[in-house]
Design a protein around this ligand. Structure first.
Ligand code: SF4
Ligand code: SF4
Length: 454
């Protein structure tokens, strides 16, 4: 996203906004910006910056944006606290979309020198070494033996499995198992363990994010790929936005799983539920993966009965339900409830936008809304995340709260997992992942990591 593109994005939103105010009460970021005497709505914020950035030269425009930011720091804080989940504009009568607006605002603030790379150096995913590639290298996670984007043409692959960074890095066995399943379905599938580029956008590096995803699409087309299978709707959004991506069929993995007859594994549901309850996974009842669910579907939440009640945590990138719809079909035989925020009203898990760098408590509130408050209100025992990064966030939140009963207590949280863990044999191992993430900085590779990533 160039400076000009960012300005055009803001201009478009500002012109479309009719100042109905509907977005404001839907988010504390907008409400608090209003309270601080700043702009009130997404359209108004866009207008303020679009006007500042419309100076005759880019140099003057950068200076004007910097001056606006200096004069209204609460506005900058609002932009940084925004997770870009676009919940605020979901009902916008003129279809203003907060996601590109706030991405453009971050890009302008970065280009004007208002924000820096502090906190974003490790997620420069367009470089060889970033937190995900370094984690895989340090811990010996390789996929060199599998067909890849680079070898797809020579190996006759027309399908690309794109697990996304979190799954490919922290659950290699599960990643491999899903690829095998696709191949068993008759697809000539290769694996791409690269990032979709979205973390760059959080740091205001929208131009690099755009270039990164454009390179991915170009390489896929060049390699003869016709279909890209995506685990997570966030990655789908990045692929879909690239001009030329129409040449590729972008497929939600849940749709293939539903059509291919995948079934939830009762023993995995019990194991995921047992993890939160402090039970060992080995105590879970054994059952055939393809067999009927052995749990009584009484739908009652609570203790002392067999069937955990599931709640799907929709990704905020999946308001159209292209992932959530087939996921509901996949789990149709399980006792299920809906969270208050689901489908078109899906909300952030707390991870998006790297908001934790400026407002950790806000991130925790967002995570606990989806992991604790809404599941409890709905009577859910097990929160099943669509996006692997949401699953990471929930595991991290639960870990942080363990032993801190004053703030809610990790032990009292409903269990959580990612949907693939209930359909396949392998799982995430979050305690091991967190331990490895910490250990890599003090081990033999520590100095190299510090040099490459910080
Ligand atoms: S909901 Fe849309 S039209 Fe209404 S104030 Fe917000 S951005 Fe403007
Ligand atoms: S995009 Fe999300 S965090 Fe940002 S203002 Fe809208 S609702 Fe709030």
């Amino acid at each position: 996203m160039t400076w000009q593109n960012a300005v055009e994005t803001l201009e478009g939103a500002a012109s479309a906004c009719i100042q109905c105010g509907a977005c404001i009460p839907r988010c504390e970021v907008l409400e608090s910006a209003e309270g601080a005497g700043c702009a009130r709505s997404v359209g108004e914020i866009a207008r303020l910056f679009a006007d500042a950035a419309a100076a005759p030269t880019e140099e003057a425009a950068r200076a004007a944006v910097a001056a606006l930011a200096e004069g209204r720091p609460a506005l900058v804080f609002a932009v940084r606290r925004c997770c870009m989940d676009a919940l605020c504009t979901a009902p916008c009568p003129t279809a203003v979309d907060a996601r590109p607006v706030f991405a453009a605002l971050r890009a302008l603030l970065h280009d004007a020198g208002v924000t820096t790379m502090d906190g974003f150096t490790m997620t420069q995913v367009d470089r060889e070494w970033h937190i995900f590639s370094a984690y895989r290298a340090v811990h010996g996670i390789w996929y060199n033996d599998l067909p890849s984007l680079d070898t797809a043409r020579e190996q006759g692959c027309d399908t690309l499995f794109f697990p996304g960074c979190t799954l490919a890095s922290y659950a290699p066995a599960l990643t491999r198992e899903v690829l095998r399943w696709l191949q068993d379905q008759g697809m000539a599938a290769a694996l791409c363990a690269e990032c979709c580029g979205s973390p760059l956008r959080s740091g205001g590096l929208a131009d690099r994010a755009d270039a990164h995803r454009a390179r991915l699409v170009a390489r896929a087309v060049e390699a003869g790929i016709r279909r890209v299978v995506l685990v997570c709707p966030g990655c789908r959004d990045e692929w879909e936005a690239v001009p030329g991506a129409e040449a590729l069929e972008l497929v939600a993995l849940p749709r293939l799983l539903a059509e291919g007859g995948a079934r939830p594994r009762p023993e995995k549901i019990a194991a995921a539920f047992g993890r939160a309850a402090g039970e060992g996974a080995e105590e879970a009842p054994a059952a055939s993966p393809a067999g009927p669910l052995p749990f009584p579907s009484d739908g009652a939440a609570g203790e002392g009965r067999g069937a955990p009640v599931l709640a799907l945590m929709d990704s905020c990138h999946d308001r159209d339900g292209r992932f959530g719809g087939p996921l509901r079909r996949l789990f149709a035989d399980c006792p299920m409830v809906e969270l208050a925020h689901h489908g078109a009203e899906a909300a952030c898990c707390g991870a998006a936008g790297a908001v934790s760098l400026v407002d950790g408590p806000l991130c925790e509130r967002r995570a606990l809304r989806m992991l604790r408050d809404e599941p409890r209100a709905a009577g859910a025992d097990l929160v099943v995340a669509n996006c692997p990064t949401c699953a990471y966030t929930f595991a991290s939140t639960a870990r942080a709260l363990k032993g801190a009963p004053a703030s809610g207590g990790g032990d009292g949280l409903p269990a959580s997992c990612q949907y693939l863990e209930l359909l396949f044999e392998a799982s995430f191992d979050w305690p091991a992942t967190f331990a490895q993430l910490e250990a890599m900085w003090t081990g033999e590779y520590g100095p190299w990591l510090i040099q490459e990533l910080l």
